[in-house]
Design a protein around this ligand. Structure first.
Ligand SMILES: C[S@@+](CC[C@H](N)C(=O)[O-])C[C@H]1O[C@@H](n2cnc3c(N)ncnc32)[C@H](O)[C@@H]1O
Length: 175
Protein backbone atom coordinates (compact mmCIF):
# COMPACT_ATOMS: atom_id res chain seq x y z
CA UNK A 1 0.00 0.00 0.00
CA UNK A 2 1.18 3.57 -0.66
CA UNK A 3 2.27 5.46 2.41
CA UNK A 4 -0.40 7.62 4.07
CA UNK A 5 1.32 10.28 6.12
CA UNK A 6 -0.82 12.91 7.86
CA UNK A 7 0.08 15.54 5.30
CA UNK A 8 -1.09 13.32 2.47
CA UNK A 9 -4.26 12.32 4.33
CA UNK A 10 -5.10 16.01 4.82
CA UNK A 11 -4.34 16.94 1.23
CA UNK A 12 -6.37 14.02 -0.12
CA UNK A 13 -9.29 14.94 2.15
CA UNK A 14 -9.23 18.51 0.79
CA UNK A 15 -9.16 17.22 -2.78
CA UNK A 16 -12.05 14.86 -2.08
CA UNK A 17 -14.11 17.65 -0.48
CA UNK A 18 -13.38 19.94 -3.39
CA UNK A 19 -14.71 17.44 -5.91
CA UNK A 20 -17.68 16.54 -3.68
CA UNK A 21 -18.66 20.23 -3.80
CA UNK A 22 -17.91 20.75 -7.47
CA UNK A 23 -19.49 17.57 -8.86
CA UNK A 24 -22.71 19.10 -10.23
CA UNK A 25 -20.89 21.92 -12.06
CA UNK A 26 -17.80 19.92 -13.02
CA UNK A 27 -18.76 19.22 -16.64
CA UNK A 28 -19.21 22.93 -17.33
CA UNK A 29 -16.09 23.98 -15.42
CA UNK A 30 -13.78 21.51 -17.12
CA UNK A 31 -14.76 22.73 -20.58
CA UNK A 32 -13.74 26.25 -19.59
CA UNK A 33 -10.55 25.15 -17.82
CA UNK A 34 -9.10 22.78 -20.38
CA UNK A 35 -8.91 23.86 -24.01
CA UNK A 36 -9.80 20.99 -26.35
CA UNK A 37 -10.97 18.81 -23.43
CA UNK A 38 -13.44 16.91 -25.63
CA UNK A 39 -10.80 16.31 -28.28
CA UNK A 40 -8.37 15.11 -25.61
CA UNK A 41 -10.89 12.54 -24.36
CA UNK A 42 -11.64 11.48 -27.92
CA UNK A 43 -7.92 11.12 -28.73
CA UNK A 44 -7.46 8.80 -25.77
CA UNK A 45 -10.41 6.64 -26.81
CA UNK A 46 -9.13 6.42 -30.40
CA UNK A 47 -5.73 5.32 -29.03
CA UNK A 48 -7.17 2.17 -27.43
CA UNK A 49 -5.58 -0.54 -29.57
CA UNK A 50 -8.41 -3.08 -29.62
CA UNK A 51 -11.04 -4.02 -32.14
CA UNK A 52 -14.32 -2.19 -31.49
CA UNK A 53 -16.16 -5.49 -31.01
CA UNK A 54 -13.77 -6.95 -28.47
CA UNK A 55 -14.79 -7.78 -24.95
CA UNK A 56 -12.25 -5.74 -22.98
CA UNK A 57 -11.93 -5.13 -19.25
CA UNK A 58 -11.37 -1.44 -18.56
CA UNK A 59 -10.83 0.62 -15.42
CA UNK A 60 -10.97 4.43 -15.32
CA UNK A 61 -8.95 5.78 -12.38
CA UNK A 62 -10.35 9.09 -11.12
CA UNK A 63 -13.33 8.77 -13.47
CA UNK A 64 -14.98 11.98 -12.28
CA UNK A 65 -18.39 12.40 -13.89
CA UNK A 66 -17.83 9.52 -16.31
CA UNK A 67 -17.14 11.45 -19.51
CA UNK A 68 -14.25 9.22 -20.57
CA UNK A 69 -16.08 6.02 -19.61
CA UNK A 70 -19.06 7.17 -21.67
CA UNK A 71 -16.89 7.70 -24.77
CA UNK A 72 -15.19 4.35 -24.29
CA UNK A 73 -18.51 2.55 -23.91
CA UNK A 74 -19.90 4.20 -27.05
CA UNK A 75 -16.93 3.00 -29.12
CA UNK A 76 -16.37 -0.35 -27.39
CA UNK A 77 -19.89 -1.66 -26.81
CA UNK A 78 -18.70 -4.96 -25.36
CA UNK A 79 -16.31 -3.40 -22.88
CA UNK A 80 -16.71 -4.05 -19.16
CA UNK A 81 -15.89 -0.76 -17.48
CA UNK A 82 -15.11 -0.06 -13.84
CA UNK A 83 -15.26 3.59 -12.78
CA UNK A 84 -13.24 4.52 -9.68
CA UNK A 85 -13.22 7.84 -7.87
CA UNK A 86 -12.70 9.13 -4.34
CA UNK A 87 -15.68 11.54 -4.47
CA UNK A 88 -19.15 10.02 -3.98
CA UNK A 89 -20.79 12.97 -5.70
CA UNK A 90 -18.65 12.62 -8.83
CA UNK A 91 -19.64 8.93 -8.93
CA UNK A 92 -23.31 9.91 -8.52
CA UNK A 93 -23.13 12.22 -11.54
CA UNK A 94 -21.30 9.47 -13.46
CA UNK A 95 -24.05 7.00 -12.61
CA UNK A 96 -26.66 9.36 -14.08
CA UNK A 97 -24.58 10.05 -17.18
CA UNK A 98 -23.92 6.35 -17.74
CA UNK A 99 -27.41 5.20 -16.76
CA UNK A 100 -28.18 3.58 -20.10
CA UNK A 101 -25.14 1.32 -19.80
CA UNK A 102 -26.32 -1.27 -17.30
CA UNK A 103 -23.07 -3.13 -16.81
CA UNK A 104 -20.75 -0.35 -15.55
CA UNK A 105 -19.23 -1.02 -12.12
CA UNK A 106 -18.50 1.76 -9.66
CA UNK A 107 -15.93 1.92 -6.88
CA UNK A 108 -15.60 4.78 -4.43
CA UNK A 109 -11.98 4.57 -3.32
CA UNK A 110 -8.77 6.49 -2.83
CA UNK A 111 -5.77 5.74 -5.07
CA UNK A 112 -3.78 5.45 -1.86
CA UNK A 113 -6.00 2.66 -0.53
CA UNK A 114 -7.16 0.90 -3.66
CA UNK A 115 -5.82 -2.57 -4.40
CA UNK A 116 -6.46 -3.91 -7.86
CA UNK A 117 -8.22 -7.21 -7.33
CA UNK A 118 -8.11 -8.22 -11.01
CA UNK A 119 -6.23 -7.48 -14.23
CA UNK A 120 -7.39 -5.12 -16.96
CA UNK A 121 -6.88 -4.93 -20.73
CA UNK A 122 -7.16 -1.15 -20.59
CA UNK A 123 -6.34 1.10 -17.65
CA UNK A 124 -7.14 4.74 -18.31
CA UNK A 125 -6.88 7.90 -16.28
CA UNK A 126 -7.63 11.45 -17.29
CA UNK A 127 -6.48 14.52 -15.38
CA UNK A 128 -6.45 12.65 -12.06
CA UNK A 129 -3.10 11.06 -11.22
CA UNK A 130 -1.42 14.44 -10.69
CA UNK A 131 -3.31 14.36 -7.37
CA UNK A 132 -0.85 11.78 -6.08
CA UNK A 133 1.40 13.76 -3.77
CA UNK A 134 4.87 13.27 -5.22
CA UNK A 135 7.01 11.41 -7.74
CA UNK A 136 7.61 8.51 -5.36
CA UNK A 137 3.88 7.95 -4.90
CA UNK A 138 3.34 8.20 -8.65
CA UNK A 139 6.06 5.60 -9.29
CA UNK A 140 4.51 3.22 -6.76
CA UNK A 141 1.02 3.67 -8.17
CA UNK A 142 2.26 3.27 -11.76
CA UNK A 143 3.94 0.03 -10.65
CA UNK A 144 0.58 -1.22 -9.30
CA UNK A 145 -1.03 -0.23 -12.60
CA UNK A 146 1.65 -2.08 -14.57
CA UNK A 147 1.22 -5.18 -12.41
CA UNK A 148 -2.56 -5.10 -13.02
CA UNK A 149 -2.42 -5.18 -16.81
CA UNK A 150 -3.24 -8.38 -18.71
CA UNK A 151 -0.59 -9.66 -21.13
CA UNK A 152 -2.16 -7.60 -23.92
CA UNK A 153 -3.00 -4.71 -21.60
CA UNK A 154 -2.33 -1.00 -22.10
CA UNK A 155 -2.26 2.01 -19.78
CA UNK A 156 -3.38 5.30 -21.35
CA UNK A 157 -3.04 8.54 -19.46
CA UNK A 158 -4.26 12.06 -20.07
CA UNK A 159 -1.84 13.86 -17.84
CA UNK A 160 -1.75 17.29 -16.37
CA UNK A 161 1.66 18.86 -15.73
CA UNK A 162 1.83 21.50 -13.03
CA UNK A 163 4.01 24.34 -14.22
CA UNK A 164 6.62 25.48 -11.72
CA UNK A 165 5.08 28.81 -11.00
CA UNK A 166 3.99 29.42 -7.40
CA UNK A 167 0.89 31.48 -8.19
CA UNK A 168 -0.29 29.19 -10.92
CA UNK A 169 0.40 26.10 -8.79
CA UNK A 170 -1.83 27.50 -6.04
CA UNK A 171 -4.56 28.33 -8.50
CA UNK A 172 -4.57 24.85 -9.95
CA UNK A 173 -4.07 22.93 -6.70
CA UNK A 174 -7.59 21.54 -6.85
CA UNK A 175 -7.87 21.03 -10.53
C1 LIG B 1 -9.94 16.91 -12.67
S1 LIG B 1 -11.00 15.55 -12.22
C2 LIG B 1 -10.93 14.59 -13.73
C3 LIG B 1 -12.17 13.75 -13.90
C4 LIG B 1 -12.23 12.91 -15.18
N1 LIG B 1 -11.20 11.90 -15.20
C5 LIG B 1 -12.17 13.78 -16.39
O1 LIG B 1 -11.15 13.76 -17.11
O2 LIG B 1 -13.15 14.52 -16.63
C6 LIG B 1 -9.99 14.60 -11.10
C7 LIG B 1 -10.76 13.43 -10.48
O3 LIG B 1 -9.82 12.63 -9.72
C8 LIG B 1 -10.44 12.25 -8.50
N2 LIG B 1 -9.39 12.02 -7.50
C9 LIG B 1 -8.50 12.91 -7.01
N3 LIG B 1 -7.71 12.34 -6.08
C10 LIG B 1 -8.11 11.05 -6.00
C11 LIG B 1 -7.67 9.94 -5.20
N4 LIG B 1 -6.68 10.06 -4.31
N5 LIG B 1 -8.29 8.75 -5.38
C12 LIG B 1 -9.31 8.61 -6.27
N6 LIG B 1 -9.77 9.62 -7.05
C13 LIG B 1 -9.18 10.83 -6.92
C14 LIG B 1 -11.33 13.44 -8.15
O4 LIG B 1 -12.35 13.12 -7.22
C15 LIG B 1 -11.83 13.87 -9.51
O5 LIG B 1 -13.07 13.25 -9.84
Amino acid sequence: MLKMEDEIVNKTEKIKNHFEDEAKEFDEIILNLIPYYKQMVEALVLSIPFDKEENIEVIDLGCGTGTLASSIKQRFKNSQITCLDIADNMISVAKTKLEKFRDIRYIVSDFYKFNFYKDYDVIVSSLALHHLADDEDKKMFYRKIYDSLTNRGVFLLNHFQIIHNTLLSQYIFFF
